[in-house]
Ligand binder design. Structure first.
Ligand SMILES: NC(=O)c1ccc[n+]([C@@H]2O[C@H](COP(=O)([O-])OP(=O)(O)OC[C@H]3O[C@@H](n4cnc5c(N)ncnc54)[C@H](OP(=O)(O)O)[C@@H]3O)[C@@H](O)[C@H]2O)c1
Length: 294
C-alpha cells in the first residue's frame, strides 16, 4: 500500500530543488498541507527555530533541501558550510525522530573524488574532494543514522528557479569544462523520483542518475543545438580554471540501486528531460520548428 503523509515541510524554500519539490508534492498530494519556509522562517542551523517550526506544523515528511551550496565558497567559509550542511541535518534528524517524521535529505556526487572511470555505487567508500563535499558527507552520515530516513545523492542540477542555461543566449563565446563527466538532472524529475520513493516508504541511501553520461562540453553543445544558438564553445580543462575548490572529474553515479527500488527498466538518457526543460523555458521559435509534411 502506498504511504500518504499528513503534512509536509520543505526546508530552504527559496532554493532551486525546493521549488520543484513543493510543486511536485503539492500536485501529488493536493489535500496534504505543505509549507516551504525560507531561511528566515526556518533556519536549520538553529535548534530552537527547528523545534518551534516543526512542532507547529507536525510534518510526517520533512524534505531538507536547505544547504550551503557554494562549492568554492566553502573553502573559505568552512564554518558556515559545516553549520548548514552537517549540523543542520543532524538537528533535523533528532527533531524528526522525536516527532515520528521521516527526513528526506539531499547530498552530492562530490562525496567521491572522481578518480578512475567507474560509476560509483552507494556502497563505495566516499572520498570527498573539497570542503563542501566534506560537510555534505557529514550531513549524510547524520541523516542515515536514523534507518527510516532517505538520502538521495544528486548532481549537476538545473531547474526553472535558477536556470543555468539561459545566460548562454547572451554570450558569443563560452568555456565549458571538457574533462568533467556526469549527467545533468532537472529538479522536476528529481522531485518526481523523491515522491515515488516516499510513497513506497523506501529509505536508505540512493544515487539519482541517468543511464548515460557526458562532459559539460557535450551538455552545452546539446543546449546550443536544441536552441539553435551560434555561441562559440571554447572548452577548457578544469585545472586551467584555477578554481578554489577541487572538482571531481569522472563523477558518474550508478543508478542500479535506484532502478531496482523503483521497479523500472532504467532512468533513460539525460538528454530527454533536458530537451523538455529547454522547450519549456524557451519554446522553439517559428523559424527553428521542423517543417510539417502533410
Ligand atoms: N545544485 C546542484 O547542482 C547540486 C549538486 C549536487 C547536490 N546538490 C544538493 O541538492 C540540494 C539542493 O540544492 P539546490 O541547488 O536547490 O540549492 P540552492 O538553490 O542553493 O538552495 C539552497 C537553499 O538553502 C537555503 N539555506 C541556506 N542556509 C540555510 C539555513 N541555515 N536554513 C534554511 N535554509 C538555508 C538557501 O537560502 P538563501 O536563498 O537565503 O540563500 C537556499 O534557498 C542541496 O542539498 C545541495 O547540496 C545540488
Amino acid at each position: 500500500m502506498l504511504d500518504s503523509p499528513k503534512s509536509i515541510v520543505v526546508t530552504g524554500g527559496n532554493g532551486m530543488l525546493a521549488w520543484d519539490l513543493a510543486k511536485v508534492f503539492r500536485d501529488r498530494f493536493p489535500h496534504v498541507p505543505l509549507v516551504a519556509p525560507d531561511r528566515r522562517a526556518l533556519d536549520i542551523t538553529d535548534e530552537t527555530s527547528i523545534r518551534s517550526f516543526l512542532s507547529e506544523h507536525r510534518p510526517t515528511w520533512v524534505l531538507n533541501s536547505a544547504a550551503y551550496t557554494s562549492v568554492d565558497g566553502a573553502e573559505t567559509e568552512r564554518a558556515v558550510a559545516e553549520a548548514v550542511n552537517a549540523k543542520g541535518p543532524f538537528l533535523l534528524t533528532q527533531a524528526c525522530k522525536e516527532l515520528g517524521a521521516r527526513l528526506i535529505h539531499f547530498s552530492t556526487d562530490q562525496v567521491f573524488d572522481g578518480s578512475g572511470t567507474r560509476a560509483r555505487e552507494e556502497e563505495d567508500t566516499p572520498a570527498p574532494c573539497n570542503a563542501y563535499a566534506e560537510t555534505k558527507r557529514e550531513g549524510e552520515v547524520a541523516v542515515l543514522g536514523e534507518p527510516s530516513n532517505l538520502v538521495l545523492r544528486v548532481q549537476w542540477l538545473y531547474g526553472e528557479r535558477k536556470d543555468r542555461f539561459s545566460p548562454l543566449r547572451q554570450k558569443t563565446v563560452f568555456s565549458p569544462f571538457s574533462d568533467q563527466f556526469g549527467a545533468p538532472a532537472w529538479t522536476r524529475k528529481v522531485a518526481e523520483t523523491v515522491a515515488a520513493l516516499c510513497e513506497n516508504s523506501i529509505s536508505g541511501l540512493f544515487h539519482f542518475s541517468y543511464d548515460d553520461y557526458a562532459s559539460w562540453e557535450e551538455v552545452f553543445r546539446f543546449v546550443c543545438r536544441e536552441w539553435n544558438l551560434s555561441v562559440e564553445l571554447n572548452p577548457k580543462a578544469t585545472h586551467t580554471m584555477a578554481l578554489p575548490a577541487n572538482r571531481p572529474l569522472f563523477s558518474v553515479l550508478s543508478n542500479r540501486k535506484l532502478v531496482k527500488a523503483l521497479g523500472v527498466n532504467g532512468m533513460g538518457s539525460w538528454k530527454e528531460p533536458l530537451r523538455q526543460f529547454l522547450q519549456k523555458i524557451s519554446p522553439p521559435t517559428h523559424s527553428t520548428l521542423p517543417e510539417l509534411h502533410a
